[in-house]
Design a protein around this ligand. Structure first.
Ligand code: NAD
Length: 486
């Protein structure tokens, strides 16, 4: 059954009542006849988008010897990315764009220290000057590290200007935006890669390689999440986009750190696909009261009083078409240790990243430290063998940020498909609007669109462990890289 959003909103109150009494008739789902009675519908709020124009999954764009990069957003993430990327051979940072000229000057000073040519700066305080950068410069890659609401329009414009785009997370915040990324990437044959760094964390790469080699058997379930005590940064006055992002919304608005690795383990968009989700949020018990308290003495917070809607903990459960499940949590407003859960459950083994030390088991007990170390030795993927030590030295969340950027550049230089394509960007990001919609509608199950429009059935699995090549990218020999570089 397909129900439009408008139809659903019209009938939502009635459906809520019928669900409460178990009165809604069966519209979807399988199972034995006893359980199919009173099964609620899976609501489909996406538009039918017709056929795929061109399959970007596994697409190898022509090789680029020297990759000319333009950055949009030289704040916390953008500045760090400029510094890491500048180290790589075959990379030229030719243009930088930000609202603030001082950010551009700071990045230029770093590049000068490395003896690199000065990039052109685009900053005059106007919101759309980045478009001039896309129009005027001959860019191969546009790297977007701006506030989240700007990602989709920058990606679309960037691809239409003739460049590949790499965007910070999430890539989009509405289903229409997700589709606009897919349609533009297919039309232009430009990559739109959402640079989800957590898929390059060492443990996630190890587990993915073990999954690929059959150690876990069939994967049945993954627990994933983003649990990070960000009570201060959520309402940081120096980054007002954050509080604007949080206020007035409820759902999982930052799903991809946990979901990205889970989807790779489950071959999502490459054999399987996300089918539907159920999402539920607790109330907020921390941020609203905190804003009320701050507003007593600080006028900045007055306009946000009584507006905070994001529940402390959002839990979404996702079922894939092949009957696998994901439990995805989001919690950035409680005092608790950092955690992305990252528990992979297979028919032969299970792994659990947090709390450290990360563990693996094949039965009732966790394997010993020595047994785990032997597995790490055996299954460390080629990507980590090649670049892992350098990545730890350069850093960026312990090295995963550098691994991600190195891999992006290495794929573009060698004409390899990217690890994260536009379908991943769309599917992983779509959890933002779908979870918000689901929470707002009594947690009724909601369909996750198939952004590959059927191509997932035959798309090749990912080669993130680099079994099939690449690996030529080096650190520039002209750079005297040392430990105090950053
Ligand atoms: N992957 C990760 O681990 C990770 C961590 C933190 C943030 N992020 C993501 O990175 C992005 C940036 O976060 P941040 O912490 O660096 O934010 P930030 O506020 O430090 O930086 C954003 C920069 O974008 C610039 N900007 C804003 N509007 C612009 C415009 N119209 N044109 C050009 N520049 C513009 C701002 O001046 C600022 O310098 C966000 O999307 C966030 O979700 C990802």
């Amino acid at each position: 059954m397909k129900t439009s959003r408008r139809d659903f909103i019209k009938t939502a109150g009635m459906a809520g009542g019928m669900l409460a009494t178990g009165g809604l008739s069966a519209c979807s789902g399988s199972g034995d006849s006893s359980s199919s009675k009173n099964v609620p519908a899976i609501w489909d709020i996406s538009e039918n988008k017709g056929k795929q124009v061109f399959n970007m999954s596994g697409y190898a764009a022509p090789k680029i010897d020297v990759i000319k990069i333009g950055y949009i957003g030289i704040g916390g993430r953008g500045m760090a990315a400029v510094k890491r990327m500048a180290l790589l051979e075959g990379v030229e940072i030719v243009a930088l764009s930000d609202l603030k000229i001082e950010k551009i000057d700071e990045a230029k000073a770093y590049l000068k220290k490395l003896g690199m040519p000065e990039p052109k700066g685009y900053a005059d305080g106007s919101q759309e000057l980045w478009k001039e950068m896309c129009d005027k410069e001959e860019l191969d890659l546009i790297y977007i590290a701006t506030p989240r609401d700007l990602h989709p329009s920058m990606c679309v414009y960037g691809m239409e200007s003739g460049a590949h785009v790499a965007t910070e997370i999430p890539a989009a915040r509405t289903l229409d935006e997700c589709w606009s990324l897919v349609e533009t990437s297919e039309k232009t044959k430009k990559h739109c890669s959402m640079i989800e760094n957590c898929v390059y964390d060492f443990w996630e790469l190890l587990i993915l390689n073990m999954v690929r080699q059959g150690f876990f058997g069939d994967i049945v379930h993954v627990d994933a999440g983003y649990i990070h005590d960000q009570r201060t940064i959520n309402i940081d006055k120096a980054k007002t986009w954050r509080i604007e992002e949080f206020i007035n919304r409820n759902g999982n608005i930052y799903p991809t750190h946990g979901l990205g690795p889970a989807c790779q383990v489950l071959n999502i968009n490459r054999g399987d696909r996300l089918d539907y989700l159920v999402s539920m949020s607790s109330n907020d018990f921390t941020m609203g009261p905190k804003i009320d308290e701050l507003a007593l003495t600080d006028d900045f917070y007055k306009k946000y009083k009584d507006k905070w809607k994001l529940g402390n903990i959002n839990t979404s459960t996702i079922r894939t078409e092949k009957g696998k499940t994901i439990m995805l949590q989001y919690n950035v407003s409680n005092p608790r240790p950092y955690d992305r859960l990252q528990q992979v459950v297979g028919t032969k083994a299970v792994s659990k990243k947090y709390p450290f030390p990360s563990r693996i088991s094949v039965g009732h007990e966790w394997l010993s430290e020595e047994e785990t170390a032997a597995l790490v030795e055996k299954y460390t993927p080629r990507l980590v063998t090649l670049v892992g030590e350098m990545a730890k030295k350069v850093g960026g969340h312990g090295g995963m940020d550098f691994l991600m950027e190195w891999r992006l550049i290495d794929c573009l230089k060698n004409g390899l498909p990217l690890d994260m394509d536009v379908y991943d960007a769309a599917a992983w990001s779509s959890i933002v609007p779908l979870s918000e919609w689901c929470v707002a509608n009594n947690s009724v199950p909601v369909r996750i669109p198939d952004f590959t429009r059927g191509a997932y059935k035959t798309n090749e699995p990912l080669d993130i462990a680099m079994a099939k090549g690449g690996g030529s990218t080096k650190i520039k020999t002209t750079i005297k890289f040392n430990d105090d570089y950053f």
